[in-house]
Design a protein around this ligand. Structure first.
Ligand code: 7TS
Length: 417
């Protein structure tokens, strides 16, 4: 008898239907249905993630890696299963290359701090970054400076917000120790050619850290295909909880790096004279971690894995194209960040109106956008604007929500006319 091979069918992506998975999208703000367009700051959570957190605290809560009793083993198992899910999600070689941290910020600080402890940098060494880094990929490198000074070399960008790769190649010298660049800019939406950047850096024998905070929510990431040495992202931007994030690192680097913080769970033996450390990843995870956060991140990954991610990507592209077209019809509106390769993030200014006024006025209609420098002051300096208004879209946003944003902005224009 012929047996059928089981086919793993993906859930069809239908925006109206999937909106039901996100309870917050049903709430009112100032008496109007919420139009949430600040997904680059943090994304909303599906019921599956909320339920995972509630279930954990209701039934399974215990500390991990220590108790030889049922609940502790259950909690440990769930936390380590989440690590495996992350490993599959970004296609790391091994789960031990996945370090749970607080978020992208902590991931980058971990690398900077431990490399400093390892005396990886000598006085006058250089780290190459881009002109469009979030402060989280600028300040940790500056904080390292004590007796040894590490300089930042900056890859410039054109007026569209695209990196100058020729200029990048010219930045390499004897002092270049690390390249640390953002995958997708939170302020401009630019998708940087990180595979090419990594290839170039590796041809100079320089390792690369990628800040993937804005990329993981939008695209399927394969760290092995990219050949990234480090890759950082935050759980809360990828539909998971706050307070949990990931640092991926190649085994060879993680093994070379000293511990980040000292305490419980990261040791093998301790005496008052000497301590030996556990293997990776636990060497980097001192103390009780965010157990529920890890489990919640695992639930977010399961949620995303139900779908063919390409269908979500196509929907976000449609939203980006439609929103770009409609926003440009508004007189005096200028988009900051017009790269050919862009994610669904639109920063803009309107002549004669401060971004804060834009944000405050449309909030009265329940529309949430971010205004300010988006923790990217060098981007504001490059484009010579004090701040921008920014609409950033997720796969659950709709064309109708774009229309509401446009109507809101027209109202702002009228008020200032
Ligand atoms: N890197 C990038 C590219 C980011 O967009 C952000 C946060 C971070 C790092 C820091 O992430 P965290 O989770 O550790 O805080 N970006 C934003 C934003 O655009 N609006 O609010 C936070």
């Amino acid at each position: 008898m012929k047996t059928e091979t089981p086919i793993l069918t993906k859930r069809k992506f239908n925006v109206e239907e999937i909106r039901n998975d996100f309870p917050i999208l049903k709430r009112l703000v100032n008496g109007k249905p919420l139009v949430y367009l600040d997904n680059a700051a943090t994304s909303q959570k599906p019921r599956a993630v909320i339920d995972a957190l509630e279930h954990y605290y209701t039934f399974d809560n215990a500390n991990i890696h220590r108790g030889l009793y049922f609940l502790s083993e259950l909690a440990t198992d769930q936390y380590e299963t989440a690590r495996l899910k992350v490993k599959e999600f970004i296609n790391a070689m091994s789960a031990s290359e996945i370090i749970f941290v607080r978020g992208t910020t902590e991931a980058i600080n971990l690398v900077a701090t431990t490399l400093k402890t390892a005396k990886f940098f000598e006085d006058g060494d250089e780290v190459i970054v881009t002109n469009m880094e979030h402060h989280a990929n600028i300040v940790p490198w500056q904080l390292m400076n004590g007796n040894t000074r590490v300089h930042l070399k900056v890859i410039p960008m054109n007026d569209a917000g695209e990196l100058d790769i020729d200029a990048f190649e010219k930045l390499f010298g004897k002092k270049t120790k690390l390249v640390s660049v953002v995958h997708i800019s939170n302020a401009l939406g630019t998708i940087n050619p990180v595979k090419k950047i990594i290839e170039i850096a590796h041809s100079h024998n320089v390792p690369v850290l990628i800040d993937g905070a804005q990329a993981v929510p939008h695209f399927k990431i394969d760290v092995q295909e990219l050949d990234a040495d480090f890759y950082a992202f935050s759980g809360h931007k990828v539909y998971g909880p706050t307070g949990i994030g990931v640092l991926y690192g190649k085994t060879e680097f993680l093994e070379m790096m000293p511990p980040y913080q000292g305490g419980g769970d990261m040791i093998r033996t301790v005496t008052f004279e000497h301590t030996t450390f556990d293997d990776i990843p636990r060497k980097f995870e001192a103390g009780t971690p965010n157990i529920a956060g890890g489990i919640g991140l695992g639930a977010a990954i399961d949620y995303l894995n139900q779908f063919d991610r390409n269908e979500m990507i196509d929907h976000e592209k449609d939203i980006l194209n439609y929103a770009t077209e409609e926003l440009l019809k508004i007189d005096g509106l200028r988009i900051i960040g017009t790269a050919k390769e862009k994610a669904s993030v639109i920063s803009f200014v309107i002549e004669g109106i401060h971004p804060y006024d834009i944000g405050t006025i449309i909030d009265t209609d329940g529309i949430a956008i971010r205004t300010g420098h988006h923790c990217t002051q060098p981007v504001m300096q490059r484009f010579n604007v004090p701040a921008t208004a920014r609409a950033s879209f997720a796969f659950y946003n709709t064309m109708e929500e774009v229309d509401k944003l446009v109507l809101g902005l027209q109202k702002v224009k009228k008020m200032f006319a």
